[in-house]
Design a protein around this ligand. Structure first.
Ligand code: FAD
Length: 450
């Protein structure tokens, strides 16, 4: 690699330290929350005369509340979270912990009731302080069910997201319920810790929904809209403001949250990969396929439309791993992060070997074909078509063990694999790679759902 070029490209450095520090900070925070909450539980139930079920019911409520307080942070796109684990993994964890919290908090009234001598499961006449808790619990259960099944309810993603934001009310109701009713919260340090959790949750909510939206996003202007295929378009953006304003600092393969503003079209924020390479001068691009309510109108975008973006996010980039060779396996529009990574490799004159296996339905669906047909000699490109035309000479069907083995050959032992495509294709490729003996730690992937 050309050392001069490398020095011009700050994004090349893997920033392991940054990621390790972020991981350490976050794990420590989570451990402190759990330990302090358990300490409260222990301090409270140790000398109480309550029956064991009541004690367990109290502790499940404590743990449940501390989880939902941290949930707000996990759902808030903090850069620290992204650096440590990658936003997609954080979102998956957030989803699982939402279910755990709902189960714990639901078991709280049940266990408390069972622990009482006069057990009544449907006891409606409770004090308003208890009703605050019941209201919060109902809202939480509705929120979790909606989060898990919103697509089955045919609810638009953005409407669901708006509804999901009301989950902050659950934290406030649960806090009010516990502090008004629990004797334990009269003790100074316990009360202080409970307030700290509430303030932390509200602060991260406020940060993401007001501070970031108002001040944390950068304004760009659309400079061109290029048709790549019959259903895919590349938008080119330059920073708004005086000429020479620097574009954002990102690594090839990372993504952004983009809100395009166009008269007559709803402004919505969607995640899209930055399909250009950081080596591009003064601009970035997004390559977007028509695939739903919003993206179906993407070709209405016009030069000089404004765009607000929050970026960069994601850990899907060879710049984090610095492998000895590359195997890129892609389906459809999943090519966008790979396009960014390959363009970056070409622009810095990288001589490492790389194979791209790129699956599409038909030849007309292949995005960036001209560029891929003209890559330097250290690149090999293999197209796979599931619905090939009569004159197609290449592979047909879906990517499988045979195609990977034939195409990647000797690279399989040394290469890091970068995989992006439809979920079913990604799963079958991971299975194929594992059956070929590829180390799991060398398989990096990006999901296009968050
Ligand atoms: C990290 C990442 C990178 C992506 N990069 C690209 C890219 O380079 N090119 C490209 O064409 N597509 C990309 N996508 C997919 C793109 O975000 C979705 O296709 C788009 O949001 C669908 O919106 P829609 O209204 O057109 O479709 P719909 O049919 O309304 O939604 C389809 C699915 O997309 C997801 N989705 C919809 N709206 C949002 C939203 N506002 N925020 C988050 N998810 C949403 C939901 O899972 C939904 O079920 C990427 C997605 C992710 C997560």
């Amino acid at each position: 690699m050309d050392i001069g070029k490398e020095q011009n490209n700050r994004w090349l450095h893997p920033c392991c330290f940054e990621s390790k520090t972020a991981t350490l900070i976050l794990r420590t925070v989570y451990a402190i929350v759990v330990l302090l909450t358990l300490a409260i539980g222990w301090a409270t139930v140790r000398n109480s005369d309550d029956l064991p079920l009541t004690k367990v019911g109290f502790i499940t409520a404590l743990i449940g509340f501390s989880i939902i307080a941290v949930q707000v942070m996990l759902g808030s796109r903090l850069k620290l979270l992204d650096r440590a684990f990658g936003l997609d993994k954080v979102v998956i964890f957030h989803r699982k912990m939402g279910v755990v919290a709902a189960v714990l908090l639901l078991s709280h009234p049940l266990l408390m009731a069972l622990g009482k001598k006069s057990f009544k499961l449907f006891y409606f006449h409770t004090s308003w302080q208890v009703n605050l808790g019941k209201g919060g619990l109902l809202l939480l259960v509705a929120g979790v069910l909606l989060a898990l099944f919103y697509s089955k309810f045919r609810l638009d993603y953005n409407v669901w997201r708006l509804i999901h934001k009301t989950m902050i009310v659950v934290v406030i109701l649960a806090f009010a319920h516990s502090i008004l009713i629990g004797d334990a919260f009269k003790i100074g340090w316990i009360k202080a810790w409970w307030w700290a959790l509430l303030v932390f949750a509200c602060a991260t909510f406020f940060w993401q929904n007001f501070v970031v939206i108002l001040f944390g996003r950068k304004k760009y202007i659309v400079k061109s809209v290029t048709k790549e295929t019959h259903d895919t378009f590349t938008l080119r953006f330059e920073p708004a403001g005086s000429p020479g304003t620097p574009v954002l600092d990102y690594k090839p393969g990372q993504f952004m949250f983009l809100e395009l503003q166009h008269r007559g079209r709803m402004s919505e924020e969607h995640p899209f990969t930055i399909s250009s390479s950081p080596t591009a001068q003064g601009h970035i691009t997004a390559t977007i396929k028509k695939s739903g309510n919003y993206t179906n109108l993407i070709d209405q975008t016009q030069v000089s439309d404004a765009a607000f973006l929050q970026a960069p996010f994601g850990r899907f980039s060879w710049a984090f791993d610095n492998p000895s060779s590359f195997l890129f396996i892609v389906g459809g529009v999943g090519i966008t992060p790979i396009h960014s990574m390959i363009t970056a490799l070409c622009d810095i004159g990288d001589k490492r070997n790389a194979v791209l296996i790129y699956a599409n339905k038909t030849e007309q669906d292949i995005i960036f074909r001209t560029q891929f047909d003209n890559l330097p000699v250290n690149f090999k490109v293999v197209y796979v078509l599931s619905k090939p035309g009569q004159n197609w000479q290449g592979f047909g069907g879906h990517i499988n063990t045979e195609i990977i083995k034939n195409s990647a050959g000797g690279l399989l032992d040394s290469a890091d694999v970068y995989l992006c495509g439809p979920p079913m294709m990604m799963q079958s490729v991971v299975n194929a790679l594992e059956s070929l003996g590829v180390d799991k730690r060398k398989i990096h992937y990006e999901r296009f759902t968050i």
